[in-house]
Design a protein around this ligand. Structure first.
Ligand SMILES: [Zn+2]
Length: 747
């Protein structure tokens, strides 16, 4: 269900004309209400519920520290250059003993960082020396001169001195029996002729693992081929050195500090490149799918730098696991990295040393998956095709999704909640990770008059903030959300809400609503739970952040709102040179909450009431010249348009835009011209007589025009007085109104 505000313009106009009127007549300053300030509790969420900054991985491999994190931290401290950091990252992944001891982590589990992506990103910036150091790592392990070869030689030399291997053995081009390519590795070929899986003979048990991968690999290959419309370019290994010796796609099972790495053969800018995969021995089948998707991505040319597409490469490679095998759920382990950081931009990549956020770009798979559920998977291929001519990855994604980020981002950020009723990810795939809430509050007044919750709202581009409010305190009667977008328009901001009333959820769009108010005394509005998501669909300016001069605010007060039983006493004394009279009208009745047509609570900063069942009892006595009269009676008043009560139930000023803690003022008016004309007291003057009308029946209720009197501290009683004195030459009139109103109990 969606509420747009098209039909509401008339209601809005009405309310604003009321507000405007109030402003025009508000020459009297607002009462300071200082005493009420202490009674109200304004709680900025930033104080009561600080944003969580400690993030725990969902799937902890072990509690140790990863080398990749130690290296990233050292780089962040300026201890090592980015080039050195990259070399160290490579050393860490391959277990190379050139990694200084202080950067060696204690964790034995694999990291999620794919150093091959880092190398691809930075290769063109590296010094010749760094490129030379990296060279052994840029060829498959079963070739002479590879990192694996060097490690084996080192181990052999440690046992017995050995001569350096002759350089012509490099890459096994000579096919010498001493070459590790032929002696220390074995391989299995897949049935479709596309893939070769290599395993080390020193680990005989890996033969079984290789066979298991092999059974799956053709199906994965076929599905990714259909998806992407092309295959990874041939490595031409039958004719080019160091490429596995034949044209099949090579996957080798190795000891690796990461789960898997897909290495390109070519580091020239932009072009498609053949590649090969290193798979950690024992890596999950999901990792094989992920890395193979990288191999297919490498079949596409790109116009921008690789780093521009890194997030999309990881997001769609992780998405591919779900796509190829929806029951595997390997990708769920990455959802955490994304959903725990809704404050990060969609395409943001933090990498090592950023806790769970290090896998944010993997967890970003949720976005392509969400879009896939709406338009199918074809656009994934198109996105990679368009990168050939478009250097801006977000521009491509924006063009391919219906309505662009403008339409999809607010919808997606609601799904990120992954809580009922927006638990699509759980329903569709049993993915149970939920986004981190910026605030999660139980709205309870605990005897206070009111509580105000300030939402931060300063949301980055393609990020979001979610808040949950749970209500379990009936004394929180009047609730209003004040939307600052109404005053301070921000084109890329959206505010969506999920509202639970009487066990049923509804989705509402509050972006254009100045307010959303609920009277919890009424069953139909007794909100039980509220989730508010503020999102920013800006994608062009990556430095963009929403900024509110007044923050979004949710205010709950104990001011009753359903209706009021009232007794109003209006007294008049009137005197002059030739006349005087006394009059009293006591009126009883009920104020009932008046909902105007089209009012769904999205344009109302106050509650408005109409009088029902009004009974007036009057008495009058007086003299005028030689005449006199007296009388009393009872009459029923129909109530009329000019009869109303308005209560500012939720701490807002007359404009409804500014929060004034404790403000709960009201004003009203009671008149009935028709009855006033019909009921009279006869004044007798001997032979003659004339009818005298009743002032206090004509105006049976009055307050100040600009409200200053307040509802009681408990929100359930209204007591007040208004006196109007009129004096002129030879004329004095005092009108005194006093009233008591008692709130109707909750429905
Ligand atoms: Zn990857």
């Amino acid at each position: 269900m969606k509420y747009r505000l098209l039909e509401q313009s008339s209601l809005r106009r009405l309310i604003f004309s009321f507000v405007l009127l109030s402003i025009i007549v508000s020459y009297a300053p607002q009462s300071a209400q200082a005493s009420q300030l202490e009674a109200s509790a304004a709680l900025p969420l930033s104080q009561t519920n600080p944003q969580q900054t400690v993030f725990l991985p969902l799937v902890a491999q072990d509690s140790g520290t990863h080398s990749v994190d130690l290296i990233a931290a050292a780089q962040a401290r300026g201890e090592i250059s980015s080039e050195t950091a990259l070399l160290y990252q490579v050393f860490a992944v391959f277990g190379d003993d050139r990694l200084p001891a202080k950067y060696r982590g204690t964790s034995s589990g694999p990291s999620d960082v794919e150093v091959s992506q880092l190398v691809r990103e930075q290769y063109h910036t590296l010094s010749a020396q760094a490129k030379a150091t990296l060279e052994p790592f840029l060829m498959p392990p079963y070739h002479s001169g590879s990192w694996w070869d060097l490690q084996q030689q080192k181990q052999r030399r440690a046992v017995a001195p050995q001569a350096e291997q002759p350089s012509e053995w490099r890459c096994g081009g000579l096919g010498n029996v001493k070459d590790p390519l032929f002696n220390e590795w074995s391989y299995l070929d897949s049935a479709n002729g596309e893939v070769r899986i290599w395993w080390q003979k020193r680990y005989p048990q890996d033969a079984a693992m290789a066979k298991l991968y092999l059974e799956k690999v053709d199906a994965i290959w076929l599905k990714l081929h259909m998806l992407m419309g092309r295959q990874p370019p041939s490595d031409e290994g039958s004719s080019k050195l160091c490429r596995g010796g034949n044209n099949r796609y090579d996957i080798s099972l190795v000891d690796l500090g990461a789960n898997g790495e897909t290495w390109p053969y070519e580091y020239t800018a932009g072009g498609p490149t053949p590649s090969y995969i290193l798979l950690r021995r024992g890596a999950a089948y999901g990792t094989l799918i992920h890395e193979l998707m990288h191999a297919f991505q490498f079949a596409f040319a790109r116009k921008g730098t690789w780093s521009e597409y890194t997030w999309w490469a990881e997001a769609t490679a992780t998405w591919a696991v779900q796509y190829v095998d929806p029951t595997l759920n390997h990708e769920h382990g990455y959802a955490d990295g994304f959903l725990k950081r809704p404050d990060m931009a969609l395409e943001e990549v933090l990498g090592g040393d950023s806790g769970v956020a290090a896998t944010h770009h993997y967890g970003a798979y949720l976005f392509p998956w969400f879009i896939q559920t709406r338009i199918g998977e074809g656009w994934i291929r198109t996105s990679w095709e368009r990168f050939a001519t478009e250097p801006n990855s977000l521009k491509v994604v924006n063009e391919l999704i219906p309505g662009g980020f403008k339409q999809q981002w607010p919808d997606f950020t609601l799904r990120m909640l992954n809580r009922p009723p927006m638990d699509d990810f759980t329903k569709a795939d049993r993915m149970i990770v939920q986004s981190t809430l910026q605030g999660d509050e139980v709205v309870a007044l605990n005897g206070a008059r009111e509580r105000a919750y300030e939402l931060d709202g300063n949301v980055k581009h393609l990020a979001s903030q979610a808040y949950r409010f749970t209500f379990n305190d009936l004394s929180a009667r009047s609730v209003t959300f004040v939307n600052p977008l109404f005053e301070q328009e921000q084109l890329t901001a959206e505010i969506r809400a999920l509202v639970k009333i009487n066990g049923k959820w509804a989705e509402e769009d509050w972006t254009d609503a100045p307010w959303r108010s609920f009277c919890r005394d009424v069953k139909a509005e007794r909100v039980e739970e509220l989730m508010i998501v503020i999102s920013n669909n800006e994608w062009q300016n990556r430095n963009h952040k929403l900024h509110f001069t007044k923050p979004p605010r949710l205010i709950a007060t104990n001011v009753a709102c359903r209706g009021w039983d009232f007794t109003v006493t209006a007294k008049m004394t009137e005197s002059g040179d030739t006349f005087n009279s006394q009059e009293e009208t006591v009126t009883t009745g009920r104020w009932l909450r008046d909902i105007l047509d089209g009012d769904d609570g999205m344009g109302r900063p106050f509650e408005h009431y109409q009088a029902k069942d009004v009974k007036a009892t009057w008495k009058h006595t007086g003299t005028e010249g030689g005449c006199s009269g007296s009388g009393s009676g009872s009459v029923t008043l129909p109530g009329a348009d000019q009869t109303w009560l308005t209560i500012w139930t939720t701490g807002l000023d007359l404009t409804g835009r500014t929060y004034v803690p404790g403000r709960r003022v009201y004003n009203g008016f009671g008149t009935d011209v028709e009855v006033w004309g019909n009921v009279t007291v006869p004044y007798n003057c001997g032979d003659d007589s004339f009818p005298r009308s009743l002032v206090t029946l004509g105006h049976w209720f009055r307050t100040e025009t600009v409200p200053t009197q307040s509802v009681s501290a408990d929100g359930k009683e209204i007591k007040g007085t208004f006196v109007e004195i009129e004096t002129d030459e030879g004329y004095n009139r005092t009108l005194t109104y006093t009233w008591t109103m008692t709130a109707l109990p909750p429905e």
